[in-house]
Design a protein around this ligand. Structure first.
Ligand SMILES: [Mn+2]
Length: 355
């Protein structure tokens, strides 16, 4: 596995989480004036922040398209938590397109052959976790210096990212077991496990009054923060003060707005955190824990140096959680620091270049 790879030189267009929305991807790269193979008349390059797949109507189509651009040397792509799930064989509600567990008729997708699956899995396994050059860093969820240092110290190119993930997970569990909190978690699991994971059922039927399970909260936080691959691909988390349902289970940890503690000079571009294009006209659906963007507008860079930008404009929620008015696929143009959307709208941002 590769932790940090060298980012392309020259002008870039950094594309947010695509989540199987092939039409939006076609529209966006067209708006940015790229040819279908990812080449650009001005020599610009595309970069994908991960989460190419799940949720949308054509995950295999998106992977094929991006893979071809990467193989042609016109694009780079990093690993998101959704690719990681596939690499480590972890079945989730939204990845039945890969594992062939089609449980809802609304999202029928063609069945993949064994060979097609192997091509996709091999592509994902080789993706780096981060890209970097002098003026810019790109990572799916969280630039976390300690996790990057740990991975660079412990892993080499020959190690398999799925195995590394499992190794960190079992080390975190070993530490937990000696702390006593694990026993509490086990008891909660016995009593409430089936309610915590409600899957496709409406959680309301199962749990009228969600309660915080402190053993779950402590174990989930320790497993996340003790695993550097998890931190980089799905962010820092801490035990929540109230529980909420998401993705077929109740959550007991909150996302941390890590950028508020990011003080390095290099700008960072991330995806992962659902940002809304026109957030003022909609309320966030469901009770989704902490809103890490509370009080910020879509054109704002984040953190004390105002040099972190999230380019995920929630296209993955199109037709499901939100209307397409607010669900957009976006790209940050660099070094211009403007944002292009799949509908052709271009937005200036408040980025100030201090270099
Ligand atoms: Mn993600």
């Amino acid at each position: 596995m590769t932790t940090v790879e060298r980012l392309f030189d020259g002008p870039l267009d950094i594309v947010g989480d695509v989540h199987g929305q092939l039409d939006a991807l076609r529209d966006l790269v067209g708006q940015l004036n790229y040819a279908p193979d990812g080449s650009h008349p001005d020599g610009r390059k595309l970069v994908f922040v991960g989460d190419l797949v799940d949720r949308g109507p054509d995950s295999p189509g998106v992977v094929e398209r991006v893979m071809n651009m990467v193989n042609a040397g016109n694009a780079q792509c990093i690993l998101g938590n959704h690719e990681l799930n596939i690499v480590r064989d972890s079945r989730k509600l939204d990845n039945h397109w890969f594992f062939n567990e089609c449980t809802s008729s609304e999202n029928e997708q063609p069945t993949l052959s064994v060979q097609q699956k192997e091509i996709i899995r091999c592509f994902f396994k080789e993706l780096p976790l981060a890209l970097e050059r002098d003026d810019l860093r790109i990572i799916h969820a969280c630039w976390h210096r300690e996790s990057i240092a740990l991975l660079e110290r412990r892993s080499d190119v020959s190690s398999d990212i799925g195995n590394e993930y499992r190794r960190f997970r079992s080390e975190a569990d070993r530490d937990l077991k000696s702390s006593g909190v694990f026993e509490r978690y086990r008891k909660e699991q016995e009593l409430f496990g089936e309610y915590v994971r409600y899957g496709h059922n409406d959680p309301g039927e199962h749990w009228q009054q969600p309660r915080l399970l402190e053993g779950y909260a402590a174990v989930n936080e320790a497993r996340q923060m003790g695993n550097p691959i998890a931190v980089l691909t799905s962010g820092q988390e801490r035990a929540a003060t109230k529980t909420y349902p998401a993705g077929g289970k109740f959550r007991f940890v909150d996302r941390v707005a890590w950028w508020n503690n990011y003080r390095d000079e290099q700008a960072v571009i991330i995806g992962h955190y659902w940002r809304l294009y026109n957030f003022e006209i909609v309320k966030r659906p469901r009770a989704s824990g902490i809103d890490v963007f509370e009080g910020t507008k879509p054109d704002q860079w984040l953190g004390p140096r105002k040099n972190v930008y999230c380019v995920d404009f929630s296209v993955g929620g199109r037709g499901k959680d939100f209307s397409s008015d607010v669900c957009r696929l976006a790209a940050v143009r660099w070094p211009e620091a403007t944002v292009m959307f799949d509908n052709g709208a271009e937005m200036a941002t408040d980025y100030v270049d201090h270099s």
